[in-house]
Design a protein around this ligand. Structure first.
Ligand code: DX5
Ligand code: ZN
Length: 228
């Protein structure tokens, strides 16, 4: 099995945090060693759920210096790139399935001073995004169908992460490989072994009755071991 020590990023997903006490949940995650925050934007059209938009990203930006990874689960991402970049998003990850002209949109994200990313839903084969790797900074492999936190990791994801790792390395290795959805201590290990380096963690940080600090420490330990 391929093992390589990669820069590990733990990115709590604020969708699973307490919206009435976001500042405190951000602070607790920072205390626990979070490296970034993941923000799930949902429009009720591309996905069945509705979450939040640029106003919340702007509010979060005021509470943390950590990078903000904006996951845009929306039908027409081009309409909102400027708003999310201005709100303080560092990476703007669009879904391949709704990105229309990804070349144009990734260029637009760079023009706005942010990093372009692409997310791929479980049914989208990587062969469709392979040629776009030189244009992006982050590839998000979804471990669940996008729309809700707290879902179970789909087993086929692991092979997809392995394939993505291979494609990224073959293309020069500059793209951050993220796994989003269904991450637990067990699946974090499996995804790390398969080559993921950026871990989006919703319920495994905020939703299991333990503190974010305890959860982040345990996730880091498991992933560190898997990368040895
Ligand atoms: C799902 C979102 C995820 C979600 C992850 O559509 O993209 O970021 O918040 O939550 P967990 O880690 O609980 O699966
Ligand atoms: Zn997400």
């Amino acid at each position: 099995m391929e093992t390589a020590h990669r820069t590990l990023t733990l990115a709590p997903s604020l969708l699973s945090a307490d919206f009435a006490d976001l500042a405190e949940d951000i602070r607790l995650a920072e205390e626990g060693g979070a490296d970034a925050f993941h923000l799930d934007v949902m429009d009720g059209h591309f996905v069945p759920n509705i979450s939040f938009g640029p106003a919340l990203v702007k509010a979060v930006r005021r509470r943390t210096q950590l990078p903000l990874d904006i996951h845009m689960m929306v039908s027409d991402p081009g309409r909102y790139l400027e708003a999310f970049a201005k709100a303080g998003g560092n990476t703007l990850a669009m879904h391949f399935e709704s990105s229309g002209d990804p070349r144009k949109l990734t260029a637009e994200v760079r023009r706005l001073g942010a990093k372009p990313g692409l997310a791929v839903s479980p049914d989208t084969p990587l062969s469709q995004v392979k040629d776009l790797l030189p244009l992006i900074d982050e590839l998000i492999v979804m471990g669940v169908y996008p729309g809700f936190s707290g879902q179970t990791y789909l087993p086929a994801t692991t092979e997809k992460i392995r394939e993505a790792r291979h494609l990224i390395d073959a293309a020069g290795g500059e793209v951050t490989l993220s796994i989003d959805g269904g991450i637990t201590l067990e699946t974090a290990k499996v995804a790390a072994e398969a080559g993921a380096s950026f871990f989006v963690c919703g319920n495994s940080v905020y939703g299991n009755g333990r503190t974010p600090q305890q959860n982040l420490q345990d996730l880091r330990r498991v992933i560190d071991l898997a990368q040895r």
